[in-house]
Design a protein around this ligand. Structure first.
Ligand code: FE2
Length: 270
């Protein structure tokens, strides 16, 4: 398996989005649906519908209150109108999170519901980051990074109308098991399982998506990088190794979401 060296803190950089058309995300979802259907996975039904329809149907299935469903859908429409990459990224992260939750045996309906909503909205705070920063093709300077990192608190604030469970996942999705994450430098199980799931799903999708200054890497390469950075060597551990192992067990289905079609649609200045 080829090794890829990304920046030491690559997961931070990956939050600067490029545009992948939602049509590409839907095409990817359809590809995943075909793969998942043959595997009899719960992902099949979720992945076979476009982003917003998927959300509405899922919320309905979970018997979410109409007000919650409307709010989530409203947030997603706002994200999509401003920045298509973030919206399509969020939809794929939600699909990966579903897959990981299933593999990890997370079956509490309330926790699953919170996980799905938080995965869909984890980058809601990007609405408060300037498009110049979000679309900057080169490296961000320190001031820009501070603004980028602030999307976590901004997203948590914007989600104040949602449950505390959802807000907690959004607030923790950039924390790391080794305490080097942000904004609170939480460690290990101080970070909720759901937030650790979103972190892995988020990184996997970010690595397998094209960016202005580097091409997407293959799903196998992304998995290798997740494995490497979850080992905990030299006191550094970026991801929960049990969740990365779960991704490895469901690799075929996860890789089906990472179609070249989605990557081809990217455009740094769209
Ligand atoms: Fe984020």
């Amino acid at each position: 398996m080829p090794e890829v060296r990304l920046t030491p803190d690559w997961n931070l950089e990956l939050y600067r989005p490029i545009h992948i058309g939602v049509a590409g995300a839907v095409a990817a979802a359809l590809a995943a649906a075909a793969a998942a259907a043959s595997a009899g996975s719960a992902l099949a039904s979720a992945a076979s519908m476009p982003l917003l329809g998927l959300t509405a149907a899922w919320l309905q299935r979970r018997r979410s209150r109409p007000s919650t469903s409307c709010r989530v859908q409203g947030f997603l429409e706002t994200l999509e109108a401003r920045d298509r990459y973030t919206a399509s990224h969020c939809s794929r992260v939600a699909a990966f999170a579903d897959l990981l939750a299933e593999e990890l045996g997370l079956d509490d309906p309330k926790r699953l519901r919170n996980l799905r909503i938080a995965a869909l909205l984890h980058d809601l705070g990007k609405l408060d980051v300037s498009l110049e920063i979000l679309h900057k093709p080169g490296k961000l300077d320190d001031v820009e990074w501070r603004q980028m990192r602030a999307h976590v608190q901004a997203g948590t604030r914007r989600a104040s109308c949602l449950t505390a469970g959802v807000r907690r996942i959004i607030a923790q999705h950039h924390e790391r098991p080794d305490g080097r994450g942000y904004p609170r430098q939480l460690k290990g199980e101080q970070i909720s399982l759901e937030a650790r799931i979103v972190a892995v799903a988020d990184a996997f999708d970010a690595m397998t998506s094209d960016r202005p200054y580097r091409k997407a890497v293959g799903a196998d390469v992304a998995l290798a990088e997740l494995n490497r950075t979850s080992l905990g060597t030299s006191g550094r551990q970026q991801f929960d190794p049990e969740i990365v192992a779960a991704l490895e067990r469901r690799f075929t289905e996860a890789a089906a979401l990472c179609t070249a079609e989605a990557a081809r649609e990217s455009s740094p200045h769209a």
